[in-house]
Ligand binder design. Sequence first.
Ligand code: I3P
Length: 109
Amino acid sequence: KHGVLTRKSHADMDGKRTPRGRRGWKKFYAVLKGMILYLQKDEYKPDTDISEVDLKNAVRIHHALATCATDYSKRANVLKLKTSDWRVYLLQAPSEEEMMSWIFRINLV
Ligand code: I3P
């Protein structure tokens, strides 16, 4: 599965609140492959290596939990992703349908 996702980092490793200056929203081209959610700067192109930066933004979703971010109301179609090392990301999808689809696919892994 792939598509545009806009990310906000809410908590870093071990659940520590992401500090100011790193809490902004940023748009990515997301690709879910195996147990990794790649958040890439540009649209996926076959036969190109994943860049350093894109690898850094990749999220391991093994034992992660995706839910609808019902406690976040500033933006629509936002899902909350909690990883196994207690990072928390808010991810905004372009539509409710897309948000539901991402939640379903992430929790299936
Ligand atoms: C953050 C940025 C986010 C905002 C966040 C700010 O600043 O303005 O858009 O979240 O508020 O800290 P920075 O880019 O300097 O990290 P919202 O869009 O959800 O308001 P927050 O600290 O209350 O999460």
